[in-house]
Design a protein around this ligand. Structure first.
Ligand SMILES: *Cc1c(COP(=O)(O)O)cnc(C)c1O
Length: 375
C-alpha cells in the first residue's frame, strides 16, 4: 500500500463549474472571481473585510506590502521558519527581512522577541501561522500599535484557523491565503488577500492587473470604454477558472478540515504513546491542521525520510530555515547558529501525509511505518 503525500479534494461538481466557465466568454477575472471573493469574505467572518483574488499567496503578500508603501530602505520582521515566499516578497518589494527566531515548542515566531528587533527602519511585521497554528495576533497587534507598524499575515496554512476568538484578517492590515496544489483548498495555483481597509482593497484590485481601472469583464457587453492606468501594477489577477474550482471546495472547507483534525489528533495520540516528538499547540488555538510533522534526531532525519519513502509513505520537509538558503546567506551573511530554534526544527522535522481523502487504513499504515522506522 502506497500513501501519497497529498491528494486534492476536487469533486465532480467543481469540475462541472469549471466546464461552465470554459463554455462561457470570460475565462479570466469576472463574475466567478467576485462570487468567490464574497464567499471567502463570509467564510472568514472579518467584519468590514474585503477579499481580492490573486494568482498566488506570494502575489497577494507582495501586493499587500506594496499597497502599504513598503519598499526600499524599510525593514519587515518575519520568521526564518517558513516557505521561502514569506521572505522573498519582502526582498521583491526592495525591503529587508529581519528574522526573529521561533518558539521551540510551536515553531511560530517568538512574539516576545519581536520588540527587540524593531528599529527606526521597521515598517511591518509579517507573521506566519505555521502549519495552521495561529500566532498570538492580540500580542502582535499590540506591538504594532505601539510602534505604528503594519501587520500582514501569511495565512497560507490558516484558512480555518482561530486563536482566542481571533481569525486571520481580524486584527491585521491584510491576511494572505494560498490555493497552491497542496493547500487545503486548491486551484493548482491561486491566492487571495483579505483587508479591512477599503482603500487597500481598491488599490489591489488595480495593482493585481497592471493598474488598470476596469477589468475585461467590467467592460464586457458594454459599448467600448477607455480604461486608465492610475498606478503601476503587476499581472496577479485570479481567473474565473481558478475561482470556479475554489467555490465548491470553500463550501466544503469546514467538513474537509474536520477530517484533517481527526487524523492529526490520531497521529498525535499514537506518537505521544510511542514517545515520538512533535510541536505543541498553545491553549486557545483552533488549529487549522494544514501540516502534520514529527521531530526526529537531526543526524538520522534524512535516512528516516528515505526509509519512509521506500515504505511507500509520501513525505516532505517544512521547512529548512530561510536564512540558511544560499541567496540569504550570500546577501546578508547568515550562518549556522543565527536562529538556533528554527535551525533545530529545520534539521529534525518530517512532514507526514495529512488530507481529508486519507482512509483510516492509510492513517494506520503511516503510524505503523513511522513507529517501526523510529524504534
Ligand atoms: C504555500 C505557501 C506560500 C506561498 O503560496 P503560493 O500560493 O504558492 O504563492 C507562502 N507561505 C507559506 C507559509 C506557504 O506554505
Amino acid at each position: 500500500m502506497k500513501v501519497p503525500f497529498f491528494r486534492h479534494n476536487i469533486e465532480r461538481a467543481d469540475i462541472g463549474r469549471v466546464e461552465k466557465v470554459l463554455r462561457g466568454p470570460v475565462l479570466t477575472t469576472g463574475a466567478y472571481v467576485r462570487t468567490f471573493e464574497e464567499k471567502l469574505t463570509a467564510f472568514l467572518g472579518v467584519r468590514g473585510g474585503h477579499v481580492r483574488g490573486t494568482t498566488s499567496c506570494t502575489s497577494a503578500l507582495f501586493l499587500s506590502l506594496e499597497a502599504h508603501g513598503i519598499g526600499r530602505g524599510d525593514e519587515v520582521i518575519t520568521t526564518p521558519l517558513s516557505y521561502v515566499a514569506t521572505a522573498h516578497v519582502i526582498e521583491q518589494v526592495g525591503a529587508k527581512p529581519i528574522f526573529v527566531d521561533v518558539d521551540p515548542r510551536t515553531g511560530n515566531i517568538n512574539v516576545d522577541h519581536i520588540a527587540e528587533a524593531i528599529t527606526k527602519k521597521t515598517k511591518a511585521i509579517l507573521p506566519v501561522h505555521l502549519y495552521g497554528q495561529m500566532v498570538d495576533m492580540k500580542k502582535i497587534s499590540r506591538i504594532a500599535r505601539a510602534h505604528k507598524l503594519v501587520v500582514i499575515e501569511d495565512a497560507a496554512h490558516a484558512l480555518e484557523a482561530e486563536r482566542d476568538g481571533i481569525r486571520p484578517g481580524m486584527l491585521s492590515d491584510a491576511a494572505c491565503f494560498s490555493f497552491y496544489a497542496t493547500k487545503s483548498i486548491t486551484s493548482g495555483e491561486g491566492g487571495a488577500v483579505i483587508t479591512r481597509h477599503a482603500s487597500v482593497a481598491d488599490h489591489i484590485a488595480k495593482t493585481r492587473l497592471h493598474g488598470v481601472s476596469r477589468s475585461m469583464a467590467d467592460r464586457y457587453g458594454k459599448l467600448y470604454q477607455h480604461y486608465d492606468i492610475p498606478v503601476l501594477g503587476w499581472k496577479f489577477n485570479m481567473t474565473n477558472i481558478q475561482a470556479a474550482l475554489l467555490i465548491g471546495q470553500l463550501a466544503r472547507a469546514r467538513k474537509i478540515w474536520k477530517r484533517r483534525v481527526a487524523i492529526a489528533e490520531r497521529y498525535e495520540r499514537a506518537f505521544r504513546e510511542a514517545s515520538i516528538e512533535f510541536l505543541q499547540t498553545d491553549p486557545g488555538v483552533v488549529h487549522a491542521r494544514h501540516l502534520s510533522t514529527i521531530l526526529v534526531d537531526a543526524p538520522r532525519r534524512d535516512e528516516i525520510l528515505h526509509a519512509l519513502e521506500s515504505h511507500g509513505i509520501g513525505i516532505a520537509v517544512n521547512y529548512r530555515p530561510i536564512h540558511l538558503m544560499t541567496y540569504y546567506r550570500e546577501k546578508y551573511g547568515y550562518t549556522e547558529g543565527d536562529f538556533p530554534h528554527a535551525e533545530s526544527i529545520g534539521a529534525r522535522t518530517v512532514t507526514l501525509p495529512l488530507y481529508s481523502k486519507l482512509t483510516d487504513k492509510e492513517v494506520s499504515k503511516v503510524i505503523e511505518t513511522v513507529e517501526k522506522i523510529l524504534s
